[in-house]
Design a protein around this ligand. Structure first.
Ligand SMILES: NC(=O)c1ccc[n+]([C@@H]2O[C@H](COP(=O)([O-])OP(=O)(O)OC[C@H]3O[C@@H](n4cnc5c(N)ncnc54)[C@H](O)[C@@H]3O)[C@@H](O)[C@H]2O)c1
Length: 387
């Protein structure tokens, strides 16, 4: 049994907590044969937030500087849960130090940076992973299996969306996600990259697109200490900061295999707490998915006889090997945190077996190319090709 020693960077944040939990949890479901993990360092810049870290991963070093984790010869894997703008710099330093790297999405701020990271990883022969965990919900294995088997024929159209109302309230406080310095591509890299990961996983590479990025609320108050969804009460003395990256985007695209796409996403969809859907229309049938029914796929086939045609609901269940690791019955719901546990089990297995798994930094680069194309297309107000 090989133990992988991990440093989690940005340990007190949302993803830092989820990843730390998942390293400790995955062997309960996946066993130890594919390797185990030990969190040996937690890196967090915010001293106050860092106070309770020692209890989360007993024995781990608590550090404030990510350079120290990378320099530590004990560390095998650098897990980057830092704000987007730090991903490139930190991932590059970790790769050059010969570490395996698991980086939250988006991999980098630009496709050029992402390409450089993918190249260094290849040269160094290390394992990489980008945190696109949503497609790892086993229900999407079923969707891919149906598509790959040809049951819905040639894909003609892929429609997808992802919407949240994190910024639906114009008084919701300013945070790094709205800062074009810390998150240069805004919602496009943040939420769009999730939708793009489904496009890569289910349909294939995007060859061209036209995008319309928009900002709905140009200024937001700076209010510290509020969590997602908490109501802002203004004192009248707040600083107001400019929102300098997109709140939302509408896209038309074409895929290399001839399919077309219609995709939209935003963080300002008032009242929509979290919407994630896709529809795949083929020449022989179609698929529909909504996160509201997180393990359910709707499947339509022209093979059904006239008068009996309609979408059937399929709940992915224990016939799927990954689902079975968690639950013996369908429709008990595998949720977000389980997708992250699946992802982290794959990261560890990938390192121990020295076998790349989807989505690695090559995939992250393709997704950054789509993000770049959205930013270029919206600025230029025209279709953009992706090479
Ligand atoms: N895969 C997903 O579903 C998913 C979901 C949410 C966020 N994310 C991604 O994960 C990353 C983190 O997002 P989050 O929501 O956890 O953010 P967050 O703000 O909750 O956490 C970021 C943490 O990093 C710390 N930090 C900032 N700069 C640092 C530095 N220089 N050194 C050490 N610590 C530092 C902050 O103090 C904070 O605790 C982002 O890239 C985001 O896009 C992915």
């Amino acid at each position: 049994m090989t133990e992988i020693k991990v440093a989690v960077l940005g340990a007190s944040g949302w993803m830092g907590k989820v990843h730390t939990m998942a390293y400790q949890t995955f062997p309960h479901f996946f066993g130890c044969e594919g390797g185990t993990a030990r969190v040996t360092a937690l890196v967090e810049a915010n001293k106050d937030a860092a106070k309770d870290l020692a209890f989360r991963a007993p024995g781990a070093k608590i550090l404030q500087d990510w350079n120290a984790a990378i320099a530590d010869p004990e560390t095998d894997l650098i897990d980057i849960c830092l704000p987007d703008s730090l991903h490139y710099e930190v991932a590059k330093a970790a790769l050059l130090a010969g570490k395996h790297v698991y980086c939250e999405k988006p991999l980098a701020d630009t496709a050029v940076e992402a390409q450089e990271l993918a190249n260094i990883a290849r040269e160094k022969g290390v394992i990489t992973r980008v945190g696109h965990a949503f497609p790892r919900n086993p229900v999407h294995d079923l969707a891919k299996e149906i598509i790959t088997s040809g049951e819905i024929g040639e894909i003609q159209l892929f429609k997808a969306c992802q919407h949240i109302d994190m910024y639906g309230d114009p008084l919701a406080p300013f945070m790094w996600r709205a800062d074009g310095q810390l998150a240069p591509t805004g919602i496009v890299g943040d939420t769009g990259s999730h939708v793009f990961s489904f496009m890569e996983f289910l349909v294939g590479k995007v060859s061209s697109l036209i995008a319309d990025n928009f900002i709905v609320t140009p200024k937001r108050p700076v209010v510290h200490g509020l969590a997602y969804g908490e109501q802002t009460v203004l004192t009248g003395t707040e600083e107001w900061r400019d929102v300098t990256n997109p709140d939302g985007t509408n896209i038309l695209c074409r895929f290399e295999n001839g399919a077309r796409g219609i995709v939209d996403f935003s963080r300002v969809a008032t009242g929509r707490k979290f919407v994630q859907t896709y529809e795949v229309y083929g020449t022989k049938g179609s698929l529909r998915y909504t996160y509201d029914e997180v393990n359910r796929l709707r499947f339509y086939t022209n093979d059904d006889r006239t008068g009996r045609r309609g979408f059937r609901e399929i709940d992915v269940g224990p016939e799927n090997e990954t689902f079975r690791k968690f639950l013996p019955l369908p429709n008990f719901a595998l949720g977000y945190n389980e997708s992250k546990i699946i992802e982290i089990a794959e990261v560890i297995r990938s390192i121990v077996a020295n076998r790349p798994m989807w989505p690695n930094f090559e995939t992250g680069h393709h997704i950054c190319q789509i993000v770049d194309a959205c930013m270029d297309s919206s600025r230029l107000r025209q279709w953009v090709d992706i090479n």
